[in-house]
Design a protein around this ligand. Sequence first.
Ligand SMILES: [Ca+2]
Ligand SMILES: [Ca+2]
Length: 205
Amino acid sequence: MKRFTKTLLSVAAVSAVSAAMAVSAMAMTATYDPATGKVTLSGIEDTGASQTLLILDKDATTVAEGDIVQIDQKDDGTAFAEVPVGTLTGATYYVRVSGTNGNLQKTTFSATSVQTKEILIGNTNTDTVVDGSDAGQVARFASGGSKTGNAGKEETLADGSGTILIGNTNTDTVVDGSDAGQIARFASGGSKTGNAGKTAVIVVK
Ligand SMILES: [Ca+2]
Ligand SMILES: [Ca+2]
């Protein structure tokens, strides 16, 4: 596989992909795996001896250099199967494949799926329980002492509702002694206030 840089946008094959997509077939499909940063293509029709692939971040009629996420060309008569693109942050991307036999295909895929994980609120040391060790980490974070664990780290909530500070169990804007107290009470089975021990789902960065 040859991989062109974006500075080689002027090659004739790219112009063909850009201009003639109105007559393309629609059988091709594409999926994106955010864990590997790869696009998997299937259902591609025969494209002849050489194929040019573009992945664009908009459905441009005339492709500009800035629209191109990935450009690849093959000349071994085989279809594209898996295309590495890295991390994508947009929503919808547009795939176009042209072949030397005049067969032009396009499809779209979504990159909005993200990896998530469930966490225990108040569990700053990333083990499986909320206990006195977490209370101690939060207390040390609050007092400016030696920091261990994730106390004070900001994470993004997977439901799109905003962010969460690890160790902030009382849902105000800071991680401080009040949170340490709530975690300690949760751990000791005392009267429970705040969200210590409850779960939240965050985006894996
Ligand atoms: Ca813990
Ligand atoms: Ca707090």
